[in-house]
Design a binder for this molecule. Structure first.
Ligand SMILES: Nc1ncnc2c1ncn2[C@@H]1O[C@H](COP(=O)(O)OP(=O)(O)OP(=O)(O)O)[C@@H](O)[C@H]1O
Ligand SMILES: [Mg+2]
Length: 408
């Protein structure tokens, strides 16, 4: 059987060059799979007809790998069926939540890793853990050149609204929402002096009356510190906390990074139960330390990277088992060789091989055909500059599979 070299698609992903689509692409996937199993380069006609017979035989079998039930989830931020290899980080974050809720000092957490390594799904998992512990939470995704004032206001609002129903003193919640309104209003170009003269008004996106003179100076660092302190004190009343999650943190403008760090610093000194959890690309620590020199002491950096062989196997086999299917040992070996343990590729190849295989157990041959097919699909051409921000980020600019520093 002739299959493309398994690394072709990954090379194309790295270089951003569109893959050449072979003529097989004009066939229906089922026909394509059958055609790929035929040994077109067979030395003898007997060998050719044997492979033809085998391909047709397999085509008539009923398999337990139903494409409709394909469990794998390649895609930006898509929660995988099995979050493999992150147990230690999950356990550490659980301890952090307990400590902060008990008034113990803890640093925020910064997840860093290359594209497609699983930062967003881990961030979302952390958020679910905080929600389960009845914390107030909010999440933003930073955008290049966009101030974080309004997104942070929206995230804090979500967190306060989650805490509000359990609070016994509605005026405390009302006050915090008022400070939030001031904070949000200070970013609308409505100067604080004028705002103060105009008296209490509603902030954008809130019903609460703004509290003039609190979190509305227009200086993000000061305003953020005041807002977060007041929000944290409401959570402290409940013996809970607030966790704010910022994805793509490296895209926050430099001045706002500095303000965020300073506000976290202020909060750490006051022992307020509010935690900032960020995620971003590997250069994020440098961005934060350029913002504030003491950022290394404010945050714990956790590298999110390739999965070990056993974690990658688990990410593939557990969801398959749940569907009553399994992989041959050789198939798992071939899959790890192809994915190098990169979480996005684990899902992408897992999905491709499930769609291609006709029955369980999934074989190394199935893997080889699927990887070559998936690589061609992954070799998407680079998007035009105006669409770059909206492009799904997993498959593009993916890191080399063998040269990731610090990988298992
Ligand atoms: N621990 C894991 N086990 C199995 N699959 C995972 C794991 N983590 C992430 N994935 C899968 O990897 C893919 C990428 O995940 P995610 O979007 O979280 O990466 P990312 O690091 O945030 O990427 P980007 O930098 O492009 O935003 C998704 O398809 C997800 O289902
Ligand atoms: Mg992400």
């Amino acid at each position: 059987m002739t299959t493309a070299a398994p690394t072709r698609g990954r090379t194309a992903i790295r270089s951003g060059v569109a893959g050449q689509h072979p003529s097989l692409h004009s066939f229906h996937p089922n026909e394509r799979r059958a055609l790929q199993r035929i040994d077109w380069g067979a030395r003898s006609s007997a060998a050719f007809y044997r492979s033809l017979e085998a391909a047709l035989d397999r085509g008539s079998e009923s398999g337990s790998v139903d494409p409709v039930r394909n469990p794998y989830t390649p895609g930006a931020g898509q929660h995988p069926p099995e979050l493999a290899g992150r147990e230690r980080e999950i356990q550490r974050f659980g301890v952090l939540l307990e400590r902060v809720a008990h008034g113990r000092p803890e640093r925020g957490v910064i997840l860093t890793g290359p594209r497609g390594s699983g930062k967003t799904v881990l961030l979302n998992t952390f958020r679910s853990m905080a929600v389960q512990r009845t914390w107030g939470t909010g999440r933003i995704e930073a955008r290049p050149g966009r101030s974080v004032r309004q997104p942070i206001a929206a995230a804090v609002r979500t967190a306060l609204r989650a805490l509000a129903p359990r609070h016994r003193a509605p005026e405390r919640i009302e006050h915090a929402l008022g400070v939030l309104a001031s904070f949000a209003r200070a970013g609308t170009g409505d100067g604080s002096d004028r705002a103060a003269q105009a008296g209490p008004r509603r902030g954008p996106g809130t019903d609460a009356a703004a509290v003039p003179g609190r979190a509305d100076s227009g200086d993000l660092e000061t305003d953020l510190s005041e807002l977060l302190l007041d929000a944290a004190s409401v959570a402290a009343d409940l013996g809970a906390g607030i966790a704010l999650f910022v994805d793509e943190l490296q895209d926050v403008p430099a001045a706002d990074v500095s303000a965020l760090c300073a506000a976290c610093h202020e909060l750490a000194q006051n022992g307020g139960p509010l935690v900032l959890v960020g995620a971003g690309l590997p250069h994020l620590p440098a961005v934060l330390s350029a913002g504030k020199g003491y950022s290394e002491r404010l945050f714990r950096y956790a590298r999110v990277d390739r999965l070990s062989r056993s974690a990658a196997d688990h990410a593939l086999t557990a969801p398959a088992l749940a569907e009553g299917a399994r992989f041959d040992a050789d198939a798992l070996e071939a899959l790890y060789e192809a994915s190098g343990g990169h979480p996005f590729l684990v899902q992408a190849y897992g999905k491709a091989v499930w769609d291609l295989a006709l029955r369980s157990p999934i074989t190394a041959d199935d893997v080889r055909s699927a990887v070559s097919e998936a690589d061609e699909e992954l070799a998407v051409p680079p998007a035009s500059p105006e669409h770059r921000d909206r492009r799904p980020r997993g498959p593009v600019a993916f890191p080399p599979d063998r040269e990731v520093p610090g990988s298992p």
